[in-house]
Structure formats: structure tokens, C-alpha cells
Design a protein around this ligand. Structure first.
Ligand SMILES: Cc1cc2nc3c(=O)[nH]c(=O)nc-3n(C[C@H](O)[C@H](O)[C@H](O)COP(=O)(O)OP(=O)(O)OC[C@H]3O[C@@H](n4cnc5c(N)ncnc54)[C@H](O)[C@@H]3O)c2cc1C
Length: 378
């Protein structure tokens, strides 16, 4: 007889990145039995696991919060929703503090104030801790087990998923009271760091059961990379000047507003960059913030602060764009009963409008929407 794994649980979480692990943790803490399936290995898989990630962690001071919300409003076409931004800021603040206190995440300490700096996370450390945390909480994890389709009952309610255990070479079925899709965005196999698993499976499965989407027109996000590399970190190019091959400055080019200038120029000629606007303290912080960004330069003998290097643009689709499965309640329920969505699989239009969620908003959304979806599903 062919081997087959058949499980039954209260909540099934599909995807084990930040959104999925927060969903699993919160569902478990709400008293539900939880199974989490990951296409890769939960804790090392997805866009956060290999990266350094800035987080939209803003203290409760109303004027500081107002400034944080205003920062992307016009870039996002004024499509973001203040109530959702407030919720995400509150939830992210709470989650990051919990991560420090209960998750014992080793945040760096400001030498002057002695306070922990909680505006960023090292992906490998963060996700390693999230895996340990959910395992300790009693979540049943199936690694290397992509979900392939949602199961729907006669009333149209999502009741689990079927998939395949890649290392055991057999199918599985998990029947569940509710399902959270947290399978990340879709980077269209562009090879951007960590996105090899982010092939939009959750979007496809949700579409197959009739889910409504939102903001998909904002899903063509491209990130800046050194030519022939896969390590994207567009925020760091805020310190860059861009050049033509002959050394002339490429006017209007930039990481935030001037990316289309780079794109247009790349159609006809190569573009070069130099991170020449980072002072020595910023340089030190950048190296601490994302060491693997510098690995690609160190290996090639390039000093990105003093040398010009060729750059390219890499598609990151809905990983940095903001489109995804529409959420229709505060608990991130979708338009399909029994189905919840979180992280990059869900729309981030609520907090980013039509502008990218990269740089801080996406990570905040992943942990906030994951928490709400987990509780909602439970
Ligand atoms: C290089 C880089 C740097 C970034 N830096 C920042 C930053 O500084 N700040 C910021 O806010 N955002 C940043 N982002 C975006 C951020 O990483 C994502 O928003 C975040 O990882 C989303 O979390 P997630 O859990 O939704 O998806 P992911 O972290 O991508 O996790 C998805 C998980 O789902 C699993 N999965 C996929 N398909 C299936 C399936 N069929 N069945 C089961 N499991 C499946 C995957 O294996 C993976 O474990 C960055 C992204 C990249 C690529």
C-alpha cells in the first residue's frame, strides 16, 4: 500500500516564514491544535530567513507615529488606511517587545542610552528563534512538505490542504477547522535572495477557491542589485550615487523615487553605483545590519563605498510589491470562509498603498497579520 499521511487539526498554517510562525504561535496560544507545513525548512526558508530586515518599530509617542505613517503616504498614492497603519504599528511594537522579553532575541544595545535597538532583525537569528518558539509551544511542523491544493467542503468552507512530503516521497492531507495562507509572495523565480520558495503557491491556491485579491497592479516591484548578483538591499542604495559608464552622474536616479530612471537607462546602457554618501558610522551600521550584503563585494574585491560597481534590477513581484489576497476583517479573514491570509501572501495595500512594503512595512505586516490570522483561525 502506498504510504500517506493523514492528519486532523484545528488550524493549518501554510508557510513557515515570519507570517506563518507568528500565526502558528498565536493560534496555539489561543488554545488551538496547530499544524504548520513548509515547502522548505521552517526557520531557514523564505525571504526573511537569509536577510537582515528593517522593522516598522515605532514607539507609542503620537507625533512620532504620525511621522512614521506620513513617510510613505504620497509615495503610496494616499491609498493606505490610517486605522490599519495604527493597528500594525501597535501590534508590531507589542510583538517586537515580546520577541525581546519572551523570545530573548539578542537585540544590539545603543552604547549611549543602554537601550536595546529594536528597529531591525537578523533573519537567520529571528527565524531560528521563531522555529524553536513554536515547537516549544507545541506546533506540529512538517518541513519539506509543500501544500498543493486547498480542501473545500460542500458549503464552500476551506477545511485543510493536501500536499506532498518531498523527503518522504508521499502525499499528505491535513483536515482543519481553518487555514492560514502564509506562503509568501511571488518573485517569479528571479533568484532574489531567499525567494526561491516564493512562487505564489498560496495566491494560486486561494484563487482556485475563489478568493478576491487586492493591489495586484502594485506587484511589479524591482530591487537594485549589483550586476550578476542576487542579494537585493534597496534601502542601502539610499546612500548611493548612480553613474553612466563614462563617470557622469545619472541625474534623477535613486533607490526611492528614481528607480524608473535606472530602469529606463538600463534599456540602452549599463548603470553604475557607489555608496559614496554613507559616512563611517553609517558604513559600520550597514555592515552590522546586513553582513551578507557585503559578502558579494568582499568576494569580488570591491569596496562599495569607494568603488563604482555595475548594478541591475531584479524582479521581486509581490515580495516587495504590495498586492495579494484581500483581507476583509481585522483578523485577516479572506472572502472565502475558513481561509485567512497573512504576510506577503496577503495584500499590504492597507498600510503601503501602491508603494513597496520593503524596508520595514512588510516585516511589520508579516508579524502583525500573522498574529491576527492565527487568532482568527483559532
Ligand atoms: C533580500 C530581501 C530583503 C528584505 N528586507 C526587508 C526589510 O528590510 N524590511 C522589510 O519590511 N521587508 C524586507 N523584505 C521583505 C520581507 O522579507 C518579507 O515581507 C517577509 O519575509 C514576508 O514574510 P512571509 O512569512 O509572508 O514570507 P516568507 O518569509 O517569504 O516565507 C514564506 C514561507 O512559505 C513557504 N511556502 C511557500 N510556498 C509554500 C507551499 N506551497 N506550501 C508550504 N509552504 C510554502 C516558504 O518555504 C517560506 O518558508 C526583504 C525581502 C528580501 C528578498
Amino acid at each position: 500500500m502506498t504510504e500517506f499521511l493523514d492528519l486532523s487539526t484545528d488550524v493549518l498554517v501554510i508557510g513557515g516564514g515570519p507570517a506563518g510562525t507568528w500565526a502558528a504561535l498565536r493560534a496555539r496560544q489561543s488554545g488551538a491544535d496547530v499544524v504548520l507545513v513548509d515547502k522548505g525548512y521552517c526557520g531557514t526558508s523564505g525571504a526573511t530567513a537569509p536577510s537582515g530586515t528593517g522593522v516598522w518599530y515605532v514607539g507609542p509617542d503620537p507625533s512620532v507615529r504620525a511621522k512614521a505613517k506620513a513617510s510613505r503616504e504620497s509615495l503610496g498614492g494616499h491609498l493606505a488606511d490610517h486605522a490599519w497603519m495604527d493597528r500594525v504599528l501597535d501590534q508590531t511594537y507589542a510583538n517586537m517587545n515580546l520577541l525581546a522579553e519572551e523570545g530573548r532575541y539578542p537585540f544590539p544595545v545603543d552604547p549611549e542610552t543602554g537601550a536595546q535597538i529594536r528597529t531591525g532583525l537578523q533573519g537567520p537569528e529571528y527565524m531560528r528563534r521563531m522555529r524553536t518558539w513554536i515547537k516549544r509551544a507545541g506546533v506540529h511542523i512538517l518541513d519539506h512538505s509543500p501544500a498543493l491544493e486547498l480542501l473545500v467542503d460542500a458549503d464552500g468552507q476551506v477545511r485543510g490542504a493536501a500536499g506532498y512530503r518531498r523527503q518522504k516521497h508521499h502525499d499528505y492531507r491535513v483536515t482543519a477547522g481553518a487555514v492560514v495562507i502564509a506562503s509568501g509572495g511571488c518573485a517569479f523565480l528571479s533568484r532574489a535572495l531567499g525567494t526561491n520558495v516564493d512562487t505564489g503557491d498560496g495566491a494560486l491556491m486561494a484563487a482556485e477557491v475563489g478568493a478576491v485579491f487586492s493591489g495586484m497592479e502594485f506587484s511589479n516591484s524591482y530591487a537594485i542589485v549589483p550586476a550578476n548578483s542576487t542579494i537585493t538591499k534597496t534601502a542601502y542604495y539610499g546612500y548611493a550615487t548612480f553613474f553612466h559608464a563614462d563617470g557622469r552622474v545619472l541625474e534623477g536616479a535613486g533607490s526611492t523615487k528614481g528607480r524608473s530612471v535606472i530602469a529606463k537607462t538600463l534599456l540602452t546602457e549599463p548603470v553604475f553605483a557607489q555608496l559614496d554618501r554613507a559616512n563611517s558610522e553609517v558604513q559600520r551600521q550597514m555592515r552590522l545590519g546586513q553582513p551578507n550584503f557585503f559578502l558579494q563585494f568582499d568576494r569580488r574585491g570591491i569596496d562599495p563605498f569607494t568603488d563604482r560597481f555595475e548594478v541591475d534590477l531584479l524582479a521581486e513581484g509581490t515580495v516587495r510589491g504590495t498586492g495579494g489576497i484581500e483581507v476583509v476583517s481585522e483578523s485577516c479573514a479572506t472572502t472565502v470562509p475558513g481561509l485567512f491570509a497573512a504576510g506577503d501572501a496577503a495584500t499590504r495595500e492597507r498600510i503601503c498603498g501602491g508603494f513597496t512594503g520593503g524596508g520595514s512595512h512588510n516585516s511589520a505586516w508579516a508579524m502583525s497579520s500573522g498574529s491576527w490570522a492565527g487568532i482568527g483561525a483559532a
